[in-house]
Design a protein around this ligand. Structure first.
Ligand SMILES: C[S@@+](CC[C@H](N)C(=O)[O-])C[C@H]1O[C@@H](n2cnc3c(N)ncnc32)[C@H](O)[C@@H]1O
Length: 389
């Protein structure tokens, strides 16, 4: 049993959330609370034991729960969590998400593995406070050459935490080398987006490469380092990549040269580039991919973002060939499959296009989707095909 720690109680009825393995409670869901932030044992209003967590009223979610049985949040505990996370990814090679926060029982911690280098994000106050316990456990469990921290995301600012970016442990080369099915990207770690590379689209990229045929045309909008476009080019297709991030496009350009592949690049705002492509009478594309950033972070932003998506989809459909494929992704929790279907239906109506839904894909297994944490389903990709009669 865990001795000498404070307790919190859940308000009547709120214990159900915790009993159903939801790993957090808001301040207004708590009854009695300690005076200071720290590790706490969690009880129902009837004083039944529920779990062990970290309480900090300055956090958006005042109580984060890390275990549902009694015991300390020490190095041994984190070692077991990391060992479990590793086991789940045992067949995924050396480039994957190793820890996906709540869905791996570690709210606030994200770890991506790029060969010998781990890139971590610490997203909440609890994980920040528990650093001395989880960091040595991560080193012991994953035996990396080096660990780099990229804790500079919005959620961290919302927690009132300062940015932390830099080497946390061992040797980290300034250029991250990312391997994916024979593609090798060299990404300057300090200038990269998020943890450096979007590992979560790997399976969709594999599928695109299977589907594309030599001589086809592929439009990769929101391309980042062009991992979709390069696979298309490798299959002998013409690929055009669009992104606003010059650094990422530089990586794309250098990767293409090294591999002897050709990818055309347009730097700029996606909406503006799509508009100019429709006006320039460019030939139609057999695959059009739209993989925008997290456009919606709060539900009240949805109406505006849906209008933006309709505006993007209209030119995208105009550029799509008869029987062509449209890949529409959302990495925003609030922008779900229903919203993606709705905006595409609206744009298709405006353009007089008939589409069928071929498939819907979700985050891959190294970005687990926990039944108990609805927010852990974040990535949706709807694959449509033009279905002209
Ligand atoms: C989710 S990432 C795309 C990941 C990419 N498809 C891949 O497979 O690696 C979103 C990308 O959108 C780009 N972006 C954000 N806003 C943009 C805009 N208004 N116009 C063009 N690109 C934008 C970002 O630079 C980022 O590379």
């Amino acid at each position: 049993m865990l001795e000498g720690v404070e307790s919190v109680t859940a308000r009547p009825g709120k214990d159900k959330k915790v009993r159903n393995f939801y790993p957090g409670l808001f301040a207004d869901e708590l009854g009695s609370t300690p005076e200071r932030p720290g590790v706490v044992r969690v009880f129902s209003a009837q004083m039944e034991f529920l779990g062990v967590g970290y309480y900090d009223p300055r956090s958006r979610v005042a109580l984060r729960i890390y275990r549902f049985e009694d015991g300390p949040l020490d190095r041994q505990f984190f070692l077991r969590r990391f060992a479990r996370a590793r086991k789940k990814r045992a067949r995924l090679g050396e480039f994957h998400r190793l820890v996906h926060a709540e869905a791996d029982g570690l709210p606030g911690l994200v770890v991506d593995r790029f060969g010998g280098v781990l890139v971590v994000q610490v997203r909440n106050r609890a994980m920040e406070a528990l650093r001395e316990s989880w960091l040595p456990a991560l080193v012991e469990a994953a035996t990396p050459d080096g660990i780099y921290e990229r804790s500079d995301m919005d959620s961290r600012r919302q927690e009132g935490l300062p940015e932390r970016v830099g080497v946390l442990y061992g040797e980290v080369p300034p250029v991250l080398e990312v391997h994916e099915d024979g593609l090798v990207f060299q990404i300057p770690i300090a200038l990269a987006q998020k943890t450096g590379y979007y590992l979560d689209q790997r399976e969709n990229r594999r599928l695109l490469e299977q589907m594309v045929e030599p001589g086809q045309r592929v439009l990769d909008v929101y391309s980042y380092v062009g991992a979709f476009a390069l696979r298309a080019a490798r299959k002998g297709a013409y690929a055009l990549a669009v992104d606003k991030d010059l650094e990422a496009l530089g990586v794309l350009d250098r990767t293409a040269s090294r591999l002897g592949l050709r990818v055309d690049i347009r730097q700029g705002d996606a909406l503006a580039v799509l508009g100019s492509l429709t006006q320039s009478k460019t030939p139609p594309f057999q695959h059009v991919l739209l993989d925008p950033p997290t456009l919606v972070k709060k539900p009240d932003e949805l109406p505006r973002v849906k209008r933006l998506l309709v505006d993007l989809l209209r030119p995208a459909l105009r550029l799509l060939d008869v029987e062509g494929w449209l890949w529409l992704s959302s990495c925003a929790y609030y922008l779900g499959v229903n919203e993606l279907l709705e905006v595409t239906r609206r744009a298709a109506a405006d353009e007089g296009r008939r589409l069928r839904v071929h498939a819907i894909h979700y985050n891959p297994p190294d970005h687990p989707w926990s039944l108990h944490v609805p927010e852990s389903l974040y990535l949706k990709t709807v694959l449509f095909q033009d279905d002209s009669l």
